[in-house]
Design a protein around this ligand. Structure first.
Ligand code: ZN
Length: 309
């Protein structure tokens, strides 16, 4: 990571948009991505290579990857549900590929229609494909351990199963694992305990990032707990967009703008310019009228005397 203390990976264009029914026009998505990058965001998850019939909102992912690749220094991440998606991601030239391995097998079957054994097989096939590429063309391949802190279908999730799946995913050839609080149920003590367990099993360098949801308002507390431990990449979405359309008031990922304020006010460098980030937020609001945007700092403004540039 160059020149920043914490890498904020912006997942709004994927995690945020995927639960919003109104399709954002491709041209507006490109402008938004450009504005986010201009604000200093270094990594953006621009979409997911799922069939358009499943998620019409993300049908333009290949075009967004191509657009993102024209922006200097921007890391382009994509989600893939399976091997086929990974083939598309590699063909498009994405820098980073993430695949969800849900610790709750019930959630895995519902989300990607595969059991743990089937997902691990898929991960091994993708790893083979990725690692056969010349180093310069090889995307970073991460497995996101989703529902790692609890599942709305199964309830509590076994921590030893999280550790086992982290080990199995790395043994299958992925480069790194991430911990995802898909349902927004984690608390800081649980987060610290789980990070410690996974680190002692696979090594600190194999778990560098967390993906948090703010469903119950614990997102920033969890982010801080992870950062205090030494986690260096945190996913966030501009305006905290996303969440469950069936649960009004439930917000999506942690809010990028508030996370930037939290980190920068503590003296941690994110590389982000706050005013430019707010301009990207306004651009999104204009393109997607009626979409609820969250976050306190954009409304309150920065405290007098603090500049984030
Ligand atoms: Zn998510």
């Amino acid at each position: 990571m160059s020149g920043v203390d914490i890498l904020i990976s912006e997942v709004g264009p994927r995690d945020g948009l995927q639960s919003i029914a109104t399709i954002m026009p491709t041209a507006a998505k490109k402008q938004w991505i450009t504005a986010l990058a201009a604000a200093g965001i270094r990594e953006i998850e621009v979409g997911s290579f799922v069939p358009a019939t499943v998620l019409p909102q993300l049908a333009d992912t290949a075009e967004l990857v191509a657009h993102g690749l024209t922006i200097d220094g921007l890391q382009i991440a994509v989600l893939v549900p399976n091997f086929r998606g990974a083939e598309h991601a590699i063909a498009a030239g994405a820098h980073k590929i993430s695949i969800p391995l849900s610790v709750s097998e019930t959630h895995s079957l519902r989300n990607v229609k595969r059991s743990h054994a089937q997902m691990l097989e898929e991960i091994a096939r993708i790893a083979q494909l990725v690692n056969a590429l010349p180093v310069a063309k090889r995307p970073h391949f991460e497995v996101g351990l989703s529902t790692a802190f609890g599942c709305s279908l199964e309830g509590p999730v076994s921590e030893s199963l999280v550790v086992q799946l982290a080990e199995a995913a790395l043994a299958a050839g992925c480069h790194e694992v991430g911990l995802s609080d898909t349902t927004g149920s984690a608390h800081p003590v649980q987060l610290r305990r789980l990070i410690t367990k996974v680190w002692s099993a696979v090594g600190k360098d194999k778990l560098c990032g967390v993906h948090l949801h703010n469903t119950r308002g614990q997102g920033l507390a969890n982010a801080l707990a992870a950062i205090d431990m030494g986690i260096s990449t945190v996913d966030a979405s501009m305006g905290g967009i996303g969440g469950c359309p069936a649960a009004p008031g439930a917000s999506g990922n942690i809010v990028t703008e508030d996370l930037v304020f939290l980190l920068e006010s503590m003296g941690l460098e994110t590389g982000i310019n706050f005013a430019a980030l707010c301009a990207a937020r306004e651009l999104f609001a204009y393109a997607m009228p009626g979409t609820e945007l969250y976050g306190f700092t954009p409304l309150a403004g920065l405290p007098k005397g603090l500049e984030i540039t």
